[in-house]
Design a protein around this ligand. Structure first.
Ligand SMILES: C[S@@+](CC[C@H](N)C(=O)[O-])C[C@H]1O[C@@H](n2cnc3c(N)ncnc32)[C@H](O)[C@@H]1O
Length: 337
């Protein structure tokens, strides 16, 4: 009889674990209530990439509508923990206000560039995995008042964190012409960036550019017919990246994550434009955002990560059909050595 005992114990603990997962999932569903806020992108692929240990410590630095957080929580047991960050107050509203709480979940209303400080604050020295699903959520594009979309007329704001920092109107009205051109070229990959900057400067000399429609009216005549929407989207993206200092925040977060991850810990990052993707790729291949190869005394490349996927993972045809907003997503996964 005795030789069966370990099996029975294993069976009992499997049932216990399954119960734990179900309970966690149900509770997470109650605590994270958003359904329409955002459709999670590459959900299974990115969370599978974390290779979750049920008792591990995980971070989702981009909570948004909580789709990825909920999936991570469903795979954790009571002794695991998830810290989820978002700098936007609207994202926090996706947590149930009913007083329901999850013991193994902490929401951090902050920019993820302060990841290290917050982990220190919570007494966390190492994490087993970090997920980032960068950029803005569908909610940002669909909320008429936030100024992220050229489909609506709204104050030219575009701040994810409305508590502070410069707005898109501040950038458009105060930056030097050359600075504006650089932003449009670097973050929007727009060939006509100099012309756009020059037109904006002329326009603002007539009167401040304060709304999305002021901005659209100024630049629209520059775009070739048939390309207006694509180019406008690129221009709005460029402004948004500058307003929210997205590249600097990403660099700081990736550096902190590299230090915090325990050996065997996973980094799973979804990007939506080429500059972000390049920075993530560099970090995973070389351990620094610039992609500088470092070699040891014997000429061996030193890198804190092992790539889990050599080729980027992109949404399947089924996902693209179901959620066209996933079209530019690229997922990279690496493991800390
Ligand atoms: C693409 S959405 C994430 C969606 C989420 N994974 C889901 O399934 O619902 C990105 C979220 O990250 C937040 N975010 C972007 N940059 C951030 C930063 N530097 N610090 C904190 N939150 C940030 C945005 O406010 C937005 O809610």
């Amino acid at each position: 009889m005795n030789e069966h005992k370990p099996f029975r114990q294993a069976e009992a603990s499997m049932t216990q674990n399954a119960d734990d997962s179900l309970r966690n999932f149900e509770k997470a569903r109650m605590v994270i209530k958003a359904e329409k806020y955002h459709v999670p992108v590459l959900l299974k692929e990115s969370v599978d990439g974390l290779d979750i240990k049920p008792d591990g410590t995980y971070v989702d630095v981009t909570f948004g509508g909580g789709g990825h957080s909920r999936e991570i929580l469903s795979r954790l047991h009571q002794d695991g923990h998830l810290y989820s960050f978002d700098q936007d107050a609207d994202a926090e509203q996706n947590l149930s206000g009913s007083g329901e709480t999850l013991d193994n979940f902490t929401f951090v209303r902050s920019n993820f560039r302060y990841l290290k400080n917050w982990m220190r604050y919570y007494g966390v020295e190492h994490i087993d995995g970090l997920l980032a699903d960068l950029g803005v959520s569908s909610h940002h594009f669909d909320d008429e008042a936030r100024g992220f979309s050229f489909r609506f007329d709204a104050p030219l704001d575009m701040r994810m964190n409305k508590r502070g920092g410069q707005t898109a109107a501040d950038v458009v009205n105060n930056y030097e012409e050359e600075q504006l051109a650089d932003i449009f070229y670097l973050y929007g990959e727009l060939k006509s960036s100099r012309r756009i900057a020059s037109v904006l400067v002329k326009e603002r000399n007539q009167g401040k550019i304060l709304t999305t429609q002021d901005f659209v009216n100024a630049v629209q005549p520059l775009f070739r017919r048939g390309r207006e929407k694509k180019d406008m989207a690129k221009l709005f993206q460029a402004l948004r990246i500058e307003v929210n200092q997205e590249m600097a925040a990403l660099r700081e977060m990736l550096t902190a994550a590299t230090d915090l991850l325990a050996p065997g810990g996973r980094l799973s990052v979804i990007t939506y434009h080429s500059l972000e993707d390049r920075m993530v790729k560099n970090m995973m291949k070389t351990g620094n955002a610039e992609g500088k190869l470092r070699q040891d005394f014997f000429g061996r490349v030193e890198c804190p990560f092992r790539l889990v996927n050599n080729k980027v993972i992109v949404p399947s045809d089924e996902e693209l059909a179901r959620n066209p907003r996933s079209r530019s997503a690229k997922l990279r996964i690496a493991e800390k050595k």
